[in-house]
Every structure is written in C-alpha cells, then in structure tokens.
Ligand binder design. Structure first.
Ligand SMILES: [Zn+2]
Length: 301
C-alpha cells in the first residue's frame, strides 16, 4: 500500500510523458515537426510554367500574374510554344518571371524539333535577343544518336551562358546528355514523369548536380495515407537540395485548375519539416537562378 502510494505519481508522470512524446512524434519527421499549415506562409517558385498560344486569349498576362499572386507563387520558370508567350509575360512582370527558351515554334514541335532546319541558329538568335535563363522545356521522346551535333550545340549555347537545360525525357537521354558533357546543367522535367520512384532515386543519385521539378507528380508523392508515399519520401529527403515544385500549365485546363494544382503542392510540402519544405518551395530556385524570392514579390511586377 505504501509502495503504491509512492509510485502512483511516478507512473502517472511516466504515462503523461510518453503520451506527450507520442503526440509529438506523430507530427514529427526526422526529429523535426512538420511545417503543417504554416506552409501557406512560404512563397513558391513554380518551376514548370508554360504560357502557350492557346492560353493568350483566355488568360492575359495580367490574369496570369494575378493567378500567381492569389496562390502565393512569387516567381516562376516559364517556357512557351512559341517563345513569344514567355517574352510577353516576362516583359509584363520581369521580377516575377524567369524566362527560358523553348525550341518549339512554327512546325517544330516536341517530336521533331531536333530535326528542324536551322534550329541552332534560331536558339542562338533568341538567346542573344532575350535574357533566357534556361533552354527548354524540350522533349527527347526517343533518343536518336544522329542528333548529337545539334545537342552539342545546344549544350554549348547553355554553357556559354551558364544556364540549365530543362529536359522532359526518361533517364537514358539524361545519361546521354551528361556523356556528351559531364558539366552540363540539367533540370529533369517532372522527374521523368512516368518513371517509377526507384528510377528517379537512381538517376538523382547517379548525377549529384541534377535538378528535377516534380510537376504532375503530386498524387504519387502524396500517396494513399496521411504522410507521403514512402519511396517518394526517401527521394524528397535525400535530394531535398535539388527539387522544385511545378504546375505544368501545358493546356488551358491546367490554368483553369491552377489554384487546385498549387494547393496539392502545398499539401505535400506541409508534411515536411520547415527546412525541407522551404528548400523545395523556393530556396533551391533562389540558388539555381540567383534570385531573392519572398512574399514581398506578391502583387508586384
Ligand atoms: Zn511541360
């Protein structure tokens, strides 16, 4: 009886402590609390915007910047078919838009651009005329080794300006580009889009300088539960310094749903520790494009 009287408060305290520990660890990851709803305070860098011709009539440049404003997207990497869309947007809001040069124009599209006549001259001319900070997003659907001379020129144009290529492809074309020049800078669009998480992990591991945008990957990353898909979680923690979110406004329906897309990105970022969420939301882009990104940009041009 005496013993029980003495130990009861001890047991109560131990139970209380373990309950608190459990409650904290339920919200914690790798010893850091998740950022949770405070993710809304973070400015976003949208690393995969297109402002293609069919969007111009439905969404003015002013509308686009307003959409970015209302979603806390402080800045974005924009490429368009044709490039004039990017330039219109950049001229309207130069402090919000990082322009990159997409090769597609006239008859040159995603499947034939590397065969288009005078493509290298077109790219060189546009790069001289405007301050593009990337070449892409371009597709390499099927690797054709006979395209090597053009790709060597593309890599040369990018390296002369110290800007990345933004490549939509599977892992093999990325390996091939690095084989042509191990120092080329690459952003892997959609982290390979259809590639399984294991392939994404392997390629990011193989090339320590490779960046990726996670556009169109939101539902894979979120997975089925309240956390993150376990394989994607490994990718995100391991390569947290080289990932950026993106919306991929490749058709007007993506613009129509822009708020929903950005919301799903904030949802998976909310399940990360603040330090990791901040990197993927905007800090990696700050470093890559040498910009200052903050909520102060919202409402400005
Ligand atoms: Zn795209």
């Amino acid at each position: 009886m005496k013993l029980a009287n003495h130990t009861k408060p001890g047991i109560f305290l131990a139970t209380l402590v373990s309950a608190v520990v459990l409650a904290v660890s339920a919200q914690a990851d790798d010893d850091h609390a998740h950022i949770g709803d405070a993710v809304r305070e973070l400015p976003l860098f949208d690393a995969h915007i297109h402002y293609k011709q069919p969007a111009w009539a439905r969404y003015s440049v002013k509308n686009i910047i307003e959409l970015m404003d209302s979603n806390g997207v402080a800045m974005g990497l924009v490429s368009s078919t044709p490039d004039e869309g990017t330039i219109m947007l950049w001229k309207y809001a130069p402090n919000r838009i990082v322009p990159e040069l997409r090769p597609y124009h006239d008859d040159a599209g995603s499947s034939n651009w590397a065969k288009a006549e005078n493509m290298d001259a077109y790219l060189a001319e546009r790069l001289d005329k405007y301050p593009h900070e990337g070449i892409g997003e371009f597709h390499i659907h099927n690797l054709d080794l006979s395209d090597e001379p053009l790709f060597r020129k593309v890599i040369g144009l990018a390296k002369d300006r110290n800007i990345p290529l933004h490549v939509h492809s599977g892992p093999e074309p990325v390996r091939w580009l690095y084989s042509l020049d191990k120092d080329v800078k690459i952003i892997w669009a959609h982290a390979g889009l259809g590639e399984p998480a294991a392939e994404v992990y392997a390629l990011m591991q193989e090339f320590p300088e490779l960046y990726a945008d996670t556009s169109l990957r939101e539902s894979s990353i979120l997975g089925a539960g309240d956390g993150l898909d376990p394989e994607w979680k490994e990718i995100i923690f391991k390569f947290q310094d080289r990932l950026m979110i993106g919306s991929d406004t490749w058709v007007n329906s993506q613009w129509d749903n822009y708020s929903g897309i950005i919301e799903s990105n904030r949802r998976w970022l909310s399940r990360l520790p603040r330090s990791v969420a901040e990197k993927i939301a905007y800090r990696n882009a700050e470093r890559l494009f040498n910009r200052k990104i903050s909520m102060d940009l919202i409402g400005k041009k």
